[in-house]
Design a binder for this molecule. Structure first.
Ligand SMILES: CC(C)(COP(=O)(O)OP(=O)(O)OC[C@H]1O[C@@H](n2cnc3c(N)ncnc32)[C@H](O)[C@@H]1OP(=O)(O)O)[C@@H](O)C(=O)NCCC(=O)NCCS
Length: 375
């Protein structure tokens, strides 16, 4: 029997089929056939979440019902909030979201039901609950009480409201809404694939989402948006950008927010977000950070041919919005849960256990040596 071919990191391997999104040969990104640029410009995040989960853009009444279901489910069980309150104040929000995705199963009446319709209902509940968990944990970290969700507000406005307790401006709401749309779905990325692997054993949605959050947390994946701020803080000024970045590249440091496994010519989400990021920088007096980012971008492209990915502008966007760096990757979670859930449902609807092979690199066959004979 011939050895199957080996692709480290599964690079270039088609590991399954999906009707949820396509990266279209590395050139563009579409959710259910719609270009992300059109969705980000025209649709609310709620419409996009509905599209990803249900397969079609909603008519007005379907959207209204969907939003109604989200607001009805938005307050997590008091027991979970009490547990969160008991955690050390500096517990990272990503860790709390991972725990919460798991703990919420204990309170979900359909936790073990993996039928298509039950999974959809659970997905909507998680989409409703996780933003409240995120905001409550952030506020616990600031020694503040949580702000209750406001069902009259949009998903994006409500998130900002629960974080700050103040009425968000339309401009900030728009920026949040666009970023949520761009983060919502991305075919077989590492966290989504993790979720699909878990589902492929016929496990439940909450287990898949908890695993996906664990995968997203790493700095090579979602964790990169927080690390981008570390790079910008280390560089410090536009004047220092060129020597800093050349030295960092010479030392073979990885510059967070650059490079992508699939987009070798550039990430269309980063291209879309850049002008909004620049506008917000000008409106909030952060021109110097944009200047510094432009120098870094030019040199990384020049020296390594690596264009920025979505985390490069989104980290700056969140910074200009006045958000604390500790919420950046968690914000990715509350959006991407739509994509994860859609993939979990798709996997379950047409399941085959995901169980690849490995190439063995260990010792040749060895004879067992009894304990008393080992030196
Ligand atoms: C995303 C990422 C893991 C994809 O990497 P990949 O497809 O596995 O590419 P490789 O790790 O094989 O990198 C290829 C080359 O580019 C370099 N490279 C890749 N990303 C780099 C980065 N961000 N900064 C500096 N060099 C980078 C690698 O060091 C390697 O160089 P070499 O050939 O001289 O050894 C990688 O680009 C990365 O680590 N980026 C930073 C983290 C990040 O922003 N993640 C969010 C992704 S959306």
């Amino acid at each position: 029997m011939s050895e199957p071919s080996y692709h480290p990191g599964l690079e270039g391997v088609i590991a399954g089929e999906t009707a949820i999104s396509t990266i279209a040969g590395g050139a563009g990104l579409r959710y259910r056939g719609y270009a992300i640029e059109d969705l980000a410009r025209e649709a609310s995040f709620e419409e996009v979440a509905y599209l990803i989960l249900h397969g079609e853009l909603p008519a007005a009444d379907a959207l209204g019902n969907f939003c109604g279901r989200l607001s009805a489910a938005a307050v997590p069980p008091a027991e979970l909030l009490a547990f969160m309150r008991s955690l050390p104040h500096d517990t990272p929000i990503m860790d709390v979201l991972r725990t919460a995705a798991s703990a919420l199963a204990h309170f979900d009446p359909e936790a073990a039901d993996t039928s298509h319709d039950a999974q959809l209902r659970k997905a909507e509940r998680l989409l409703a609950q996780l933003p409240t968990v995120l905001a409550a944990q952030w506020r616990f970290g600031q020694q503040q009480e949580p702000v209750l969700p406001d069902g009259e507000k949009s998903f994006a406005a409500n998130l900002l409201w629960m974080l700050s307790g103040t009425e968000p401006t339309p401009r900030l709401t728009e920026a949040m809404d666009v970023s949520l749309t761009l983060y919502a779905e991305h075919e077989f990325n590492a966290s989504t694939f993790t979720g699909r692997v878990i589902t492929s054993t016929l496990s439940d949605l909450h287990s898949s989402v908890a695993g996906a959050i664990g995968a997203l947390k790493g700095p090579l994946h979602g964790g990169a948006n927080e690390r981008v701020m570390e790079v910008l803080a280390e560089v410090g000024s536009a004047g220092n950008a060129e020597p800093w970045i050349r030295a960092a590249l010479a030392e073979k440091r990885r510059i967070m927010g650059f490079g992508h496994r699939v987009y070798k010519e550039g990430d269309p989400r980063a291209r879309f977000l850049k002008p909004l990021c620049q506008e917000l920088a000008a409106e909030t007096g952060h021109e110097e950070m944009e200047e510094m980012a432009a120098v870094i971008e030019r040199i990384v492209v020049e020296e390594k041919g690596l264009p920025p990915n979505l985390d490069w502008p989104s980290a700056r966007l969140y910074h200009y919005m006045g958000l604390d760096v500790g919420v950046y990757t968690p914000l990715f979670v509350v959006s991407r849960v739509t994509g994860w859930a859609a993939h979990v449902i798709e996997q379950m609807d047409n399941n085959r256990l995901i169980r690849p092979r490995s190439r063995y690199t260990g010792p040749e066959n060895r004879d067992y040596v009894p304990l008393n004979e080992r030196g």
